[in-house]
Structures are given as C-alpha cells and as structure tokens.
Design a protein around this ligand. Sequence first.
Ligand code: SAM
Length: 234
Amino acid sequence: MNPLPHLRTRRPIRSFVLRQGRLTPAQNRACQRLWPQYGVDWAPGAVLDLASLFGNAHPVVLEIGFGNGESLATMAAQDPERNWLGIEVHGPGVGHLLLELERRELSNVRVIRHDAIEVLSQGIAPASLAGVQLFFPDPWPKRRHQKRRILNPESIELIARALRPGGLFHAATDWEPYAEQMLALLSQSSEFFSNPAGPGCFSPRPPSRPPTRFEQRGERLGHRVNDLIFQRRA
Ligand SMILES: C[S@@+](CC[C@H](N)C(=O)[O-])C[C@H]1O[C@@H](n2cnc3c(N)ncnc32)[C@H](O)[C@@H]1O
C-alpha cells in the first residue's frame, strides 16, 4: 500500500549507513530479554495499532533516530501520560535504550529497529500521532552526501500525514546550514504546518528537551544549537 501515491515508496537513498558497532554483552542480553517487553517486530506494510501496542489510548510521540535513547527515556519518564515510540536502526543504541527503560521501570515506551521513513510511510495511520521528534539527525555535511539528509519535502509530507491536527514536529540540530535548510523547507510547507515561533524563526529550546549525546558533542565543538517546532494545521 502506498499512502501517498505521488511519492516513491522505496527510497533508494537512505539517511543512514549501518555502522558495524558491536553490542556489548550486556546490550546483547538486554535485546534478547527485554525485546518481548519493549520491542515491536514491525513488518513492512503493517499499519500499527498504537492503542493495543501501548495498552491504552494516551497520545503517542514518535522519535526518529534516538541514538542511545537517553533523551527519549528521560522524556518518557518526565511525561508518563504520553506514549513514546522510538525508531532507530543502530543496534547498540537500541540495546542501550532497552537497558535504560528497564532501569527506569518505564512502561510507556516501545522500540522499533527499522528505517523510520519506511515505518512512517507504511506503518503509521494518518493523523494518529501527537508529536514527531528528530533530534540531531546526521547532518551529512559534504555536498555530495546532502541528498541523504533525512528531512526533505517527501519526509515532511510523511510526518505531516502522521500528525494529528495541532500535533507538533520538533527538530533540533547543531549544524547551522542544516538548521537553515530545515527552516526553509518547513516554512515552505505552509499547507501542512504553521510556525508558532513566528515566520522564519527558530524556536526557543523547550525545557522538556533533555540534552542528547550528539548535542553535547556539537557543543564541545562550539556549535550553536537550533530548535524548530512546527504545528500541524487542522
Ligand atoms: C547523529 S545521530 C543522533 C542520535 C540522537 N538523536 C542524539 O541526538 O544523540 C542520528 C541517529 O539517527 C539514526 N538514523 C538515521 N536515519 C535513520 C532512519 N531513517 N531511521 C531510523 N534511524 C535513523 C542513526 O542511526 C543515528 O543513531
């Protein structure tokens, strides 16, 4: 099924290159032991029933590319009245998050190990999410790699389709050219999104967003961080 027939369903260019990072023995055991509790074995084409996945109808926030998952676990712990669906392709990051979820005894998080764009395009029902977040996506700074950047007109349309009216798309990056590009692309998507910060403006960092590992790395390099929060129109 292709929900947006004018868009390609298969993306020949992916936003990630799978790194061969090894799972530590603890992460490996965590994956096996905790996957039945937190993991979702999503199969391409299957539309997720979010209420049965979480066992309740609380609003769902999806995080694309959570890395090691520390900030996702922190947000889920801070806001137990929301459900949090994390999607990441990097195995050691998934293992790290599973251990963190167990340590914090969280029950409002589910994890998918897959390409988030494919899940968004085939696995998420229209207007079913309260939020989508994308923190410090790979900036792909070399010109010849920029086509790999995850935010583009196609992914913006997929995110808009998945969000319910009033839902928020929150992105953050420490790579200023990418921040400017995201701001331009989202501002051009005015049929889908409004910018509560004002036209052409970045958003103040909300206190609810914890620092992430890649953000801290960027700050050590002296990079300025920009947040973008756009609201799905009705
Ligand atoms: C630069 S890291 C940032 C991780 C984390 N958000 C942070 O701020 O620490 C980008 C992450 O996005 C993941 N990623 C990139 N494209 C993805 C995709 N299409 N689906 C799922 N994860 C993806 C990568 O594996 C990587 O872990």
